[in-house]
Design a protein around this ligand. Structure first.
Ligand SMILES: O=C(NCCO)c1cc(-c2ccc(F)cc2)cc(O)c1O
Ligand SMILES: [Mg+2]
Length: 214
């Protein structure tokens, strides 16, 4: 049977990128998406906004919701200080299998814990399973109708602290109106919009950065 798009993306990474070199993995995926097939990763333009937010924060404890093929996982993990940890949750087993190999090819497996399963099942277990008190940075890039319930769940589980930064992909496309309304109107968040484009296209998209005020 025909290979899947994530499988073809992994092949390109293993063919074009150098083992242990995260930047070459990023470039290989960008090349694949720009010249071969569109894929739903954050892309290079929004990716550099993600890079600047992570670099500025230098977070110790990071949560990513929605791994897909591991592109943003690699973008984030390559910028983390020594000893920092990234936990990434992926519901789709096929995506998780590919992402593990992409993360390993980048040589970042020591910084990244990929957890397969539903975010609503795993968020309540972060403390007991992974010894996490609170997260410094959360990247939301999973099912758009899960952004708001999972954010409320993180609040209820005490996983956010004063100053925790939430960065959400896809403000416009596919979009998440309920989450946007919440973080922009809640007194518990200071929110701002980084305008960009849907990866490798002219369509507008953007990232919403929201700081939890406690
Ligand atoms: O569903 C998404 N993510 C969760 C599953 O991994 C997702 C979708 C799209 C997208 C798709 C189809 C289209 F026409 C436009 C955008 C883009 C993204 O950045 C995304 O994260
Ligand atoms: Mg996205």
């Amino acid at each position: 049977t025909r290979s899947t798009r994530p499988q073809r993306l992994l092949k390109v990474v293993q063919k074009r990128a150098t083992r242990g070199d995260p930047q070459s993995v990023i470039s290989a995926v960008d090349h694949f998406c720009r010249h071969s097939e569109w894929a739903m990763n954050v892309g290079d333009e929004k990716g550099s906004i993600l890079d600047s937010v992570v670099s500025e924060l230098s977070p110790e404890k990071v949560l990513e919701l929605g791994t897909y093929c591991g592109y943003s996982t690699v973008r984030i993990a390559r910028l983390l200080p020594p000893g920092a940890r990234l936990i990434t949750l992926e519901f789709n087993a096929d995506y998780a299998a590919i992402a593990r190999q992409v993360i390993a090819w980048a040589g970042l497996e020591d910084k990244v814990q990929l957890v397969e399963g539903a975010s609503e099942d795993w968020i309540p277990r972060m403390k007991e399973h992974y010894g996490i008190e609170t997260f410094d940075f959360v990247f939301l890039d999973h099912w758009k109708d899960r952004y708001l319930p999972d954010t409320k769940l993180m609040e209820d589980c005490g996983l956010l602290r004063k100053g925790t930064v939430l960065l959400a992909d896809n403000v416009i496309c596919p979009g998440f109106p309920d989450y946007l309304e919440y973080v922009r109107n809640s007194l518990s968040y200071k929110s701002c919009y980084f305008k960009s484009h849907l990866k490798y296209t002219k369509a507008e998209d953007g990232l919403e950065k929201s700081v939890f005020l406690g």
